[in-house]
Design a protein around this ligand. Structure first.
Ligand code: ADE
Ligand code: ZN
Length: 334
């Protein structure tokens, strides 16, 4: 069966630095007068075979070297908005990694203002509403994260929440309790990566110790039946990224991805691209791959898209408008 075209959905798990396509890396390197370790497009492209999360993170952080100016961050963000909106994304909550840029000497204001300027024009340019989320690197210290969070608050950065990403195993949620307490006190939404490579206990701890409202990934929750029952009962949103999980070898093949079991268990799962420039595609490509692999019908596609809209931090009016659009899409599928 051919895939359903462009279901209207929200993207809730997206690292803006992971949207940096090889072509744009080349363009920004030239613009900023930088010499890359992999100077041709073909040489760069040859690096995109990953064995685990860390092997991806090494390239992901290295490629960020081309992001130097406010315009670089704005161009990268605009390219994502154009591509995502063409694939049906109507609302996106976008993570960025402030520490990964500040450590390279890029002013925090250039990062925030560049991304925010593109997001500010998004509704008019692309019909997409957005939210910006500062993600903190869990393989760095909590003190470093707290310092950057204070800077973001002091500059009144237009962030709606915080997240936790980078190398998971060995960097549990317990390390970041004070960071999440501070963000909660500042009125921010709270999310965290958990159960991507890390054990189910990290999911439990992210919920109970950090107080997160959503879990990014969460696929390893399936190893703990009691946790699965809890996630189903509480309808905790899990932002699942199937193509990412395949490319980072969290699962061997798409056929072995636990998404069908997660749906069958009544979990609140939605589909996301994570780092689309690295993992083979945006949200629409993730939908198409699952439709092909598992033969999902229009009701299942609509369930996944509805979960994404309801689990977003968009306001009530926006959610209602998007759910109406989704209902119209479902009717058109027959
Ligand atoms: N940073 C960017 N993508 C990530 C992922 N999939 N897991 C953890 N940290 C990340
Ligand atoms: Zn992620």
């Amino acid at each position: 069966m051919m895939g359903f075209r462009h279901v209207p959905a929200a993207e809730l798990h997206l690292h803006i630095e992971g949207t940096l396509e090889p072509e744009l890396i080349m363009e920004l390197a030239a613009r900023n007068g930088l010499t890359l370790p992999f100077p041709t497009l073909a040489q760069l492209r040859a690096q995109y075979e990953f064995t685990d999360l860390q092997s991806f993170l090494n390239l992901y952080y290295a490629n960020m070297a081309v992001l130097r100016t406010e315009a670089d961050f704005a161009d990268m963000t605009r390219a994502y908005l154009a591509r995502a909106s063409a694939g049906g994304v109507r609302h996106a909550e976008i993570m960025f990694d402030p520490q990964a840029h500040v450590v390279r000497g890029v002013p925090l204001a250039a990062v925030v203002n560049g991304i925010a300027s593109a997001l500010a024009a998004s509704e008019q340019e692309f019909g997409m509403t957005t939210g910006l989320i500062a993600a903190f690197l869990r393989d760095e210290t909590e003190e470093d994260a707290l310092e950057i969070l204070e800077q973001l608050l002091a500059m009144d950065a237009p962030i709606i929440g915080i997240g936790l990403d980078s190398a998971e195993v060995g960097n549990p949620p317990t390390k970041f309790v004070r960071l999440y307490d501070r963000a909660r006190a500042a009125g921010l939404h709270l999310i965290a990566h958990a159960g991507e490579e890390g054990p189910p206990s990290y999911v439990t701890d992210a919920l109970d110790l950090l107080g997160v409202e959503r879990i990014d990934h969460g696929i390893r929750s399936m190893e703990d039946p009691a946790l699965v029952r809890r996630l189903a009962a509480e309808q905790v949103p899990l932002t699942v990224c199937p193509l990412s999980n395949v490319r980072l070898r969290a699962v061997d093949t798409l056929a072995e991805h636990p998404l069908p079991q997660m749906l069958a268990a009544g979990l609140n799962v939605c589909l996301n691209s994570d780092d689309p420039a690295y993992f083979g595609g945006h949200v629409d490509v993730n939908f198409a791959a699952l439709e092909t692999e598992f033969g999902f019908d229009a009701d299942t596609v609509a369930t996944l898209a509805g979960n994404s809209i309801r689990s977003s931090f968009a306001d009530g009016d926006r959610k209602a408008a998007l759910l109406t659009e989704l209902q119209e899409w479902r009717t058109q599928q027959g």
